[in-house]
Write a protein that binds this ligand. Sequence first.
Ligand code: COA
Length: 150
Amino acid sequence: MQIRKLNANEIPPFELLLLADPSQKLVEEYLRRGYCFIGLRNDQVIGVYVLLPTRPDTVELVNLAVDENHQGNGFGKQLVKHAIQIATGLGFKTIEVGTGNSGVGQLALYQKCGFRITGVDRDFFVRHYDEAIFENGIQVIDMIRLSQDL
Ligand code: COA
């Protein structure tokens, strides 16, 4: 998979972006404020992530997604490692990420890429989303926050 920045004249891969975050409003906000990167295989966009500057020296990895037909092949890990490299190159000192309490695979992926849990934003998904979301048979209620120093 080749990873590159989305050009200003390209349409963002909304279907993929919405896999990671069902809120179109939040996705559009992230795209406006962040740097969007796409992963391509045979000219097809199969992966995406957005790097969102949040506080001085800190950037958050948001909207990470791999096309469902290509999941489980290491592309997610490749995108996370790329995001860490880009954030380091841009001079950020800390990279953060958040995921739902039910995201067993995501929690494994981020920890395998060097992130450590820093806290829990309790009730985040109840406060910010209108409908109840379930994943792995578990309701998504709290956001697990992770970070790593760059
Ligand atoms: N237990 C232990 N390890 C697990 C696991 C589990 N239940 N599920 C995944 N992993 C590990 C994999 O084994 C792999 O590690 P390895 O390389 O050491 O074997 C690592 O996590 C990532 O696997 P990878 O194949 O790179 O992930 P992927 O390409 O399937 O992408 C997502 C992962 C999360 C990006 C993808 O599933 C996705 O797009 N999901 C929907 C959107 C989403 O939830 N985005 C994240 C928002 S926080």
